[in-house]
Design a protein around this ligand. Structure first.
Ligand code: GLY
Length: 395
């Protein structure tokens, strides 16, 4: 007999898998795919696989132009992933039959006034100290590369190694690649981490639909929500917080020469703005950076700021048709770097906290997590990203 609607009956227990991934965003998907390729039985738990921050992200692979003081360890990880991208994109296209919009287009970071130029000169000096390729250009040289730039551009940095991928195509291809590699999906939320009776080991999750899934290892890849999972020991709760980013999408004309041929970015009155032109004609204008908790409202002020700053860079863009406005949540961490590998609780691994670099870091994250899952340890080279560096830091 069917149980009454108010009586869900005893929770079902699904047979154990090797790896259970909580979160089907770009990081959860790439982890699942790489683990399945290594012969592990993998299930991803997510109500909407392929959703999340990647649906909003512009997809800049900006290891060099987004370099910041004090982030040299992160730079090494970013560069390793940027180098892996061409092969990663080709392999993913072969397995999934889907293109991910990887474009080796390069980036131009420009200055609009003397303050911006001084800031860009500082960035250039830091890039040079780190041995990175970046070339200083005059305003005229910038406009020769990108004729739609404002006449007032005072100079810029040409970075031919910072490219782009299309995050929406990337996640769609990863979902297909996961399916073709035998990954199972449970389209529900993970409600609670399950641990052994003595609490010394993660053993699976209780699902929001009442079921339970047992697993040899659990990978928490929940993006900005990673710290919210019930059942996590308090001292191991990942120090991840949501950092809101609003993004505007417009459509470029299919012209020759193209409206913009590479990513163009600037810091305008202290806020960063970037324009990422896709082959499809989409132009992504991003992004605000707001500490607003879980709010994902698209605000008039956020859109105004982006369009005002983008218009200063490329005045002609206000003629373009508006396609979309959207806000997403970056998973920020105290040092802006991700949390990768063993968590401090046996059986629980983290793959979260990728903050501004989730799309860029997909290839290297997949490799690192697959290695941790098969070898049991975080490779020595990447110890700086161990989640244990924040043990006890409140989420
Ligand atoms: N990496 C671009 C952003 O987070 O807005």
């Amino acid at each position: 007999m069917m149980p009454a609607a108010s009586d869900p009956g005893p929770p079902s227990t699904t047979p154990a898998v090797d790896v259970l991934v909580i979160g089907g965003g770009v990081i959860g998907l790439v982890t699942a795919w790489r683990a399945a390729q290594r012969g592990l039985r993998v299930t991803v738990v997510d109500p909407s696989p392929g959703g999340g921050a990647a649906q909003v992200a512009a997809g800049m692979l900006a290891a060099v132009t987004e370099l910041h003081y004090g982030e040299e360890a992160l730079l090494e990880l970013n560069l390793a992933s940027a180098r892996a991208y061409p092969e990663f994109a080709a392999e993913l296209a072969e397995v999934s039959g889907q293109d991910i919009g990887y474009r080796a287009c390069g980036t131009l970071a420009v200055a609009l006034d003397a303050d911006d130029r001084a800031q860009l000169r500082e960035l250039h000096a830091l890039q040079q100290r780190c041995g990175l390729e970046a070339q200083w250009l005059s305003g005229r040289e910038c406009r020769r590369l990108e004729p739609m730039l404002a006449p007032g551009v005072r100079g810029g940095l040409r970075v031919d190694g910072d490219h782009q991928a299309d995050p929406r195509l990337l996640t769609a291809a990863l979902v297909t690649a996961c399916r073709r590699t035998g990954v199972e999906f449970r389209r529900t939320r993970a409600g609670k981490l399950l641990c052994s009776a003595a609490g010394g080991r993660a053993t699976g999750v209780e699902l929001a639909d009442g079921g339970r899934l047992g697993a040899g290892r659990v990978v928490l890849a929940g993006g900005s929500r990673s710290g919210m999972l019930a059942g996590l020991p308090e001292e191991l709760r990942p120090a991840v917080r949501p950092v809101k980013g609003q993004v505007v999408r417009v459509r470029m004309p299919q012209s020759r020469p193209p409206f913009l041929s590479r990513t163009v970015r600037a810091v305008v009155r202290g806020s960063s703005v970037y324009l990422v032109p896709r082959r499809s004609g989409e132009l992504v204008i991003g992004a605000t950076s707001e500490e607003q908790g879980w709010d994902t409202t698209v605000t008039a002020g956020g859109v105004y700021q982006l369009l005002r700053d983008a218009h200063e860079l490329v005045p002609g863009l206000t003629e373009l048709p508006l396609a979309e406005t959207r806000a997403g949540l970056r998973p920020g961490t105290p040092d802006n770097a991700p949390l990768l590998g063993p968590s401090g609780l046996d059986g629980l691994l983290l793959a979260t906290g990728h903050y501004r670099n989730g799309i860029l870091l997909a290839p290297v994250t997949g490799e690192i997590l697959a290695e941790v899952l098969t070898e049991g340890e975080l490779p020595g080279r990447w110890q700086a990203f161990s989640p244990m560096r924040f043990a006890g830091v409140p989420a």
